[in-house]
Ligand binder design. Structure first.
Ligand code: ATP
Ligand code: MG
Length: 880
């Protein structure tokens, strides 16, 4: 008998079970991943332990368990299109896991998995199936007999219960290279007895049946995949398991869909209240309800983790998820106004106690979602108008297929989804050229794939050590040896990546740019062009591999650059502090970039900063600089201790991380960056710009020290130059003000004169006009300084005559300009087309142009050809 539990209890029940098996319970790592070039979002519980599996870091504890926030919407795991259409795949979900780092292996993993599901939760054996790896001769990996034997012992009647699976389902790999191994999946059949009698569950495994699903995957990491594709056994073997929490909940609560569990119910019923659509009545609106309930979680958790919706990378993924929800609301629930933001409080109530970042951030999250919804709904509106216009045009042409290129353009520029385009076309008995659309889509994908192409070779290990010691806080030079290196090809360019036993080089992280410098041995000098972090590994980038990599090298960081970077980093902390003092405690860091030249700081705030506020912040920072506050830095403290010390919590920290607290006066932050010894060395701080980058997020750019001096001097020089141009000794502002007024009045006079001379010229042209085939041809070269004046003439003629073709040309600043206007009646009755004429005659001026049947213009390089072009137009008119 299954014991029924609420979601909250069930999560704890799982964690406590593994605690009883000596596992340490740890919190979820952030869902948004930083410092990993291969991954934007956590997509499995093991992600945060990658360094341990790769051997770059030793585990704090050999057995741990947790519930991890995962997101599967990009890269290797992308379930987005399924979500909402089925009942058991989510974008964001929780993965329950237990891990052994070089400790227990298959036996315990299998026994405990079984004990939990069968003995503790009470799932009956006849609903369970286990799969094992069937082996692969081409990989030279045998069938997983070991796992088979342990499973056999679990089942009272193992007959037909253990299934062999192929590489696709039962061999897990972290990526193209790296740790991997066979896995065992546990599948569950929750169909009614009746159904189960008709078709055995084992026939439905991995067939997409919503009630026969995989619930838990036990991975046994025992190999390393090398860059040449071969496998080598790992010295330390690990266990990595992942169970879908929402699916377990469904089983335990006796439901047939994840969405019927208490995890989703209150959110869904809130959506129903708002939209008036009940769940369980109509398949189309049910899908929409599921999509919205699901996507709300993904988007809210991402924002809580500090990832705003935006136009690129991770931010774009989040934006797309939210837009998908808005679209389903729009299409299936008739929601034309923002409403998803209203669901945030219910979600925070449901999940906020286990995930406090959600509870504390809810107001901010709701605001961001509102802004995004609002903006996208407007785009949807615009897109709708645009497609209506295109449809009209197609109808005129008697064409019922919308070219793929246009659909793609709407998708790419306006975020207008093709399925919606499709729908609207269908309502108009039209079709979308899907093939054309796909071609455009693929072209774009290929373009970005080529951009991102990176080939990475295996590490060549010179010395087997674990972690690199970072000595750069106290030193900028050190004697080092290279412990490993590898060749990497980025966009066709070869570089070398190196790891040292210790290093004074700061690796790019926390917004601070990586150090540059050199490493020098007795025999050679190699330039380090950048230092980056891959997970916790500090990697030095050089343009070539050292010729004698086994030598001892002397590493030196570019000191000047390091000093300037430190100025900017410390100034960033002071700025953060000043912003919170001046604007309020709602200001939170949302992004930061610190280089040697400048600093950039993004923070949450909902209105434009006034000039006064900017001045206040700037002056506060400068006072802190003049106070010459000393740096007080405490390294290696626990998160708890850091919070006690008053540090503002930042995201990105994982369990077990020791943090570093950096204080200057009242500014206290968690920070791993390099800083000045005392604020005085920053000299001056100057804000260069303040503006919005996304809804509710502002950005400040600033400079310090010599860069600030340069900036200020440049501004002052400009003022001096203006003064000397104005030849004034008095107030420059007054002098410029006078100039502006004078200029405006002169412009008015010129406009009046131009207009008069244009109408005189036109009158003259009309007097000289000729009649060809009953058509009045008004043509000639005119003197004018602007294309607008030519257009004005055209409209004047158009409104006063229904029988005229106007052809005029002018030399505007050395370039030829032509215009053809045809009276509406002539367009209709005689089928005269200004675009056709202009295209013909534009050749004479070495140019091209176009327009509409009644009005067309062209530009060209050859003003000498204007007369000839006008003559040619007359010839053309004769043909009508
Ligand atoms: P499936 O075949 O059902 O997509 P998977 O093979 O992708 O599952 P794993 O990568 O092994 O799953 O992940 C471990 C567990 O996480 C699965 O057994 C399942 O319970 C759960 N899980 C995987 N993907 C999702 C998802 N999109 N939504 C909810 N739970 C999921
Ligand atoms: Mg999957």
């Amino acid at each position: 008998m299954i014991i029924n539990m609420k979601a909250q209890e069930l999560r704890q029940f799982f964690l406590d079970f593994f605690k009883s098996k000596n596992h340490l319970i740890i919190p979820s790592a952030p869902m948004v991943v930083r410092n990993d070039p291969t991954l934007m979002f956590t997509n499995a519980g093991m992600n945060q332990f990658k360094d341990i599996f790769l051997g770059n870091q030793s585990p704090v504890n050999k057995r741990v368990t947790n519930s991890q926030k995962c997101l599967r919407v990009s890269g290797k795991h992308n379930d987005l299109e399924e979500v909402g259409h089925d009942t058991y795949h989510h974008t964001m979900f929780e993965m329950l896991g237990n891990w052994s780092f070089g400790d227990y292996f298959k036996k315990e993993a299998i026994e405990w998995g079984w004990e939990f599901l069968v003995k503790k939760v009470g799932i009956t054996e006849d609903r369970l199936y286990a799969s094992i790896f069937e082996g692969s001769s081409e990989e030279n990996v045998p069938r997983d007999d070991e796992a088979y034997e342990y499973w056999k012992k679990c089942f009272t009647n193992p007959e037909g219960r253990i299934i062999e699976g192929s590489k696709k389902d039962n061999f897990w790999e972290m990526g193209e290279t790296g740790p991997c191994g066979p896995c065992s999946e546990i599948h569950i059949d929750i169909r009614d007895d009746n159904e189960r009698r008709k078709i055995p569950g084992r026939d439905l495994i991995n067939k997409g049946h919503p009630l026969v699903i995989e619930i838990w995957n036990l991975v046994f990491i025992q190999y390393n995949r090398k860059a040449d594709g071969t496998l080598e056994p790992l010295p330390a073997r690990h266990v990595d398991t992942g169970m879908g929490f929402e699916r377990l909940c469904m089983v335990v609560q006796g439901k047939k869909s994840n969405y019927e569990t208490d995890i989703f119910q209150s959110v869904i019923s809130e959506i129903s209240t708002i939209t008036g659509k009940e769940y369980g009545i109509n398949e189309k609106s049910d899908i929409a309800l599921r999509v919205i309930a699901d996507h709300l979680r993904a988007v809210s958790f991402s924002i809580a983790d500090g990832q705003m919706p935006s136009n690129n990378k991770a931010g774009y993924v989040i934006r797309r998820i939210l837009r998908r929800a808005v679209r389903y609301g729009y299409n299936s629930l008739g929601m034309e106004e923002p409403f998803i933001y209203k669901l945030v409080p219910v979600l925070a109530r449901t999940m906020g106690s286990h995930y406090p970042e959600l509870a504390s951030g809810q107001e901010h999250i709701a605001k961001i979602i509102y802004e995004e919804e609002n903006a996208f709904l407007k785009t949807l509106g615009k897109g709708l108008k645009m497609i209506e216009k295109v449809i009209e045009e197609l109808k005129v042409e008697n064409n019922n297929i919308l070219p793929g290129r246009i659909a793609f353009e709407m998708y790419d520029t306006f975020g207008f989804p093709p399925d919606l385009t499709h729908l609207i076309l269908r309502e108009n008995d039209m079709k979308l050229d899907m093939e054309g659309f796909e071609t455009e889509m693929n072209n774009q994908k290929n373009r970005s794939r080529v951009d991102a192409a990176v080939e990475t070779a295996d590490w060549i290990i010179l010395v087997d050590t674990e972690e690199t010691e970072f000595t750069g806080y106290n030193r900028t030079e050190d004697d080092i040896i290279i412990t490993k290196y590898r060749n990497v090809k980025v966009k066709g360019r070869n570089i070398c990546q190196m790891v040292f036993n210790r290093t004074p080089f700061y690796a790019e992280s926390g917004g601070q740019a990586g150090d540059t410098g050199t490493i020098q041995s007795d025999r050679e000098t190699v330039t380090v062009t950048d230092t980056i972090k891959e997970n916790n590994l500090i990697i030095h980038i050089t343009s070539r591999k050292p010729r004698f990599p086994d030598d001892t090298f002397h590493a030196s960081v570019d000191l000047e650059k390091r000093k300037m970077t430190a100025n900017n980093h410390t100034a960033t902390h002071l700025l953060h502090y000043a912003l919170r003092s001046v604007l309020g405690e709602h200001v939170e860091q949302k992004g930061s970039l610190v280089t040697s030249d400048r600093l950039r700081f993004d923070f949450s705030h909902f209105s434009k900063m006034s000039h006064d506020e900017i001045m206040k912040v700037e002056s506060m920072v400068n006072i802190m600089i003049r106070d010459d506050l000393p740096a007080i830095i405490t390294g290696n403290v626990t998160m708890e201790k850091a919070k006690e010390m008053g540090a503002m919590a930042l995201f990105g920290e994982k369990y077990g991380d020791r943090v570093r607290v950096v204080s200057f006066g009242n500014s206290v932050e968690l920070c791993g960056g390099t800083h000045v010894k005392a604020t005085g060395s920053i000299g001056i701080f100057k804000i260069v710009s303040e503006g919005a980058i996304a809804a509710g997020i502002r950005r400040i750019e600033a400079v310090t020290a010599e860069k600030a001096e340069e900036y200020i001097n440049e501004k002052l020089d400009t003022v001096d130059e203006i003064a000397s141009l104005l030849k004034t000794t008095g107030s420059i502002t007054d002098a410029v003000g006078k100039l502006v007024t004078e200029n405006a009045s002169l412009k008015k006079t010129i406009d009046r004169l131009e207009e008069r001379s244009a109408s005189d010229a036109l009158k003259e042209l009309i007097e000289q006009s000729t009649i060809i085939n009953n058509i009045r041809l008004v043509s000639g070269r005119i003197e004018t300084g602007s294309a607008d004046a030519m257009k004005n003439m055209a409209y004047q003629v158009r409104s006063s005559s229904d029988n005229t073709v106007l052809v005029i040309g002018a030399d505007i600043e050395g370039k030829a300009s032509l215009l053809v206007m045809v009276s509406d009646r002539l367009v209709k009755e005689k089928n005269i087309n200004a675009s056709t004429i202009i295209r013909e005659i534009a050749r004479e001026i070495n140019g091209g142009g176009g327009g509409q049947p009644f009005l067309a213009t062209a530009g060209g390089k050859n003003p000498e050809g204007i007369e000839k072009a006008i003559q040619k137009a007359a010839e053309l008119i004769k043909q009508y």
